[in-house]
Unconditional design. Structure first.
Length: 485
């Protein structure tokens, strides 16, 4: 129940029709004495329930809003208070229904500093309002939501003589003509289509990236177009002062646009070339290699570590460090008896820490690559021996992960082998699956070709052995392990 006003003849909060805000007597003794003198109650004893209502204070003495001055924008932000409060040193001075001598009609005089602050704030508010109006007017001239509005915006703006502007087939074209041996050609071209998608090209080849923006992009402001035109006009893409990354983007665009003419014979070459270009843009510690490169590099290193070292040191191509290859498999083991090795799946362990949750549900893809038997001796190690026998390796077993819910794909283990029977292949498959599960991957299934040994190895996941699509998972019997050919 709200407290009642202690002022004589005041009915504040005595019934529903007279609800008002009330204030406790101040703790400061001098100010409390002024309050007591103002309300003129003889022998009045102040208690915690003693209150004076808002009716007895002048306008400006009861504060109903809290204000905050934002120095960055120059604005004063105001918000209503949950409960009104009194201005500092306020004293009740209005007593309706009481003798006139009890009330004071003198207005609170604004101090010079407060007045100056108020006037400055009014000027700032006016300037902010004008600035917002100017911004709104400017946006009306530069913003658009469809091609018709874009066309109208263009009419009111002029462009550098570097650009020729033409509208054709509901496309706005900006192009730069150059002459070489008196033969004209289009050097740069920027187009905005009917759906406001912006594309760019250099010498007829699509540009896929501008600064850090992937092209094409949808535009709705002339300033976006001006920035791109200015960027190209300065020759940032291909002139001598351009960055290596920009030049590489142009080359990548040219190659990617020619993908439709790739044949199976030269497809790997172009993929390899594109990957080498991409690696040029990275710092060595951020190199990430595709599965094809990892397999290629591992086989090359397996056949001749010395040749591999020479090729890397020549800087003709960027290849994985030998330590990375050692993490992938057992290709440097000098004896078939060293099946239990300390670096098992160490590459997968290293990769795991940089993956997201969507990358971790994977299928294990298993493939065999045949190689020519080869033996070498380097640094005390015999290179070329099979993992599973004392013979020379005739093939390598490659284990690769493919995520179900992301583009993640990586080679995680390579093993040199002689002839593998189904039992030994099953043991290795199970060991890899259990190792991956222990690291944190969720192996959902296996993929192999239709080789009879692969089918027989997979059938061993059932007891008795049986070829089927779904098996009990070796790491968790409640989960399925799928087999896909």
């Amino acid at each position: 129940m709200p407290s009642k006003c202690s002022v004589p003849a005041c009915r504040g909060n005595y019934d529903e029709s007279t609800k008002v805000a009330v204030f406790s007597f101040p703790n400061d003794e001098r100010l409390r004495e002024k309050w007591l003198h103002a309300i003129r109650r003889t022998d009045f004893k102040i208690t915690k329930n003693s209150k004076v209502c808002e009716k007895h204070f002048k306008d400006g003495e009861v504060l109903r809003n809290s204000t905050f001055y934002n120095e960055k924008t120059g604005e004063t932000i105001s918000a209503p208070l949950k409960r009104p409060k009194l201005k500092e040193n306020a004293v009740p001075s209005i007593f309706p229904g009481c003798p006139s001598y009890m009330s004071s009609s003198s207005a609170i005089r604004e101090s010079p500093s407060k007045k100056r602050q108020r006037l400055e704030q009014e000027q700032i508010n006016f300037a902010v309002k004008e600035s917002l109006n100017s911004k709104h007017e400017y946006e009306l001239k530069t913003m658009f939501t469809n091609f018709a509005e874009f066309r109208n915006c263009i009419k009111g703006h002029s462009f550098s003589s570097f650009w020729t502007v033409v509208e054709k087939n509901e496309n706005m074209l900006f192009f730069n003509l150059s002459l070489k041996d008196d033969i004209p050609s289009i050097k740069y071209a920027v187009s905005v289509s009917n759906d406001l998608m912006l594309n760019a090209s250099f010498m007829g080849e699509r540009i896929s990236k501008y600064k850090k923006v992937i092209l094409p992009i949808k535009v709705n402001n002339l300033n976006e177009i001006f920035d791109i035109l200015e960027y190209f006009e300065k020759g940032t893409i291909v002139e001598s002062e351009s960055s290596l990354n920009d030049k590489i983007h142009v080359i990548e665009s040219v190659i990617k646009n020619a993908e439709d003419i790739f044949t199976d014979k030269n497809k790997f070459f172009f993929e390899f070339f594109l990957e080498q270009l991409h690696l040029l843009k990275c710092k060595p510690e951020r190199y990430r290699y595709s599965p094809n490169i990892l397999v290629f590099a591992s086989l090359l290193f397996y056949m001749s570590p010395q040749a591999y070292k020479f090729l890397r040191n020549s800087h003709y191509m960027i290849l994985p460090d030998p330590s990375t290859i050692r993490k992938i498999g057992t290709i440097l083991k000098n004896s078939p008896q060293t099946e239990e090795y300390t670096n098992f799946l160490v590459y997968a362990k290293h990769a795991f820490h940089s993956l997201k949750d969507d990358d971790l549900k994977v299928f294990l893809m298993i493939d065999e690559i045949h190689i020519k038997p080869f033996l070498d001796y380097k640094g005390g190690n015999i290179v070329g021996m099979a993992y599973n026998s004392s013979n020379l390796a005739t093939s390598v077993q490659v284990f690769m992960l493919q995520s179900l819910f992301s583009p993640y794909k990586d080679v995680i283990h390579i093993v040199p082998i002689d002839t593998f029977d189904a039992s030994k292949l099953f043991d290795l498959m199970k060991k890899v699956i259990m190792g991956l599960e222990e690291i944190g991957f969720k192996v959902m299934g296996m993929v192999t070709d239709n080789n009879s040994i692969n089918r027989a190895a997979a059938s061993n996941f059932a007891n008795p052995p049986k070829l089927q699509v779904k098996y009990d998972h070796p790491a968790d019997k409640s989960r399925p392990l799928f087999y896909v050919i």
